[in-house]
Design a protein around this ligand. Structure first.
Ligand SMILES: Cc1cc2nc3c(=O)[nH]c(=O)nc-3n(C[C@H](O)[C@H](O)[C@H](O)COP(=O)(O)O)c2cc1C
Length: 182
């Protein structure tokens, strides 16, 4: 069974990005993947700010990323790029930590004008970390994400394309794992 780390890079305690990431993680579990969800904001801030990769909580997550088959990297758009807290974590990954992995980039943002941040800001750093295959990602407007009684509800115009990119990510992982999985 392919293993995935689903990482949310929002600093917000009531994060739409985290809700979206949880939703995608549920879709991936339903499609036969083992998914570990993680939020950068749950890591110790002092260790992130001092680039302490040996802190046990950070070392544990880095090890999970390094050993995963796939990584979903999600972030809110901040100032036309991904968040600073996600950057502090990505900075601690070894240079080729994503080598051999399939990666799905996802951003949430307040304006459609920054949809290109997926390919201009997030994708390059994932490629530089050695990702084997960065599948087509997606950008979701913040107003298209809400929670209802604990469940994540996406607007129709966001739900369908998100399911398509998650399905593409899932298929790429199953294809790499071989015909006996899935
Ligand atoms: C400091 C800050 C900067 C932001 N910059 C942008 C931006 O440049 N482009 C954009 O589309 N949205 C921007 N936004 C809106 C967020 O990306 C958007 O609301 C996102 O869905 C928030 O995700 P979260 O709830 O997970 O934190 C910004 C929000 C904040 C708080």
């Amino acid at each position: 069974m392919p293993t995935i780390v689903a990482l949310s890079g929002s600093p917000s305690a009531t994060s739409r990005t985290a809700a979206l990431t949880d939703h995608a993680a549920d879709l991936l579990r339903a499609d036969g993947h083992s998914v570990r969800s993680a939020r950068a904001r749950d890591l110790p801030a002092d260790a992130l700010l001092s680039a302490d990769a040996r802190h046990p909580a950070i070392a544990d997550l880095l090890a999970a990323i390094t050993s995963a088959d796939g990584v979903l990297v999600a972030s809110p758009v901040y100032k036309a790029a991904y968040s600073g807290v996600l950057k502090t974590l990505l900075d601690l990954l070894p240079q080729y930590a994503l080598a051999g992995k399939t990666v799905l980039p996802v951003l949430t943002g307040g304006t459609q004008a920054h949809v290109l941040a997926v390919d201009y800001a997030l994708r390059p750093v994932l490629s530089a970390l050695g990702a084997h295959h960065v599948v087509p990602g997606w950008f979701v407007l913040d107003r298209h994400i809400r929670t209802e009684g604990g469940a994540v509800v996406l607007a129709e115009e966001a739900e369908r394309p998100l399911r398509e990119v998650v399905a593409g990510f899932s298929a790429a992982l199953h294809a790499r794992a071989g015909p006996l999985t899935g």
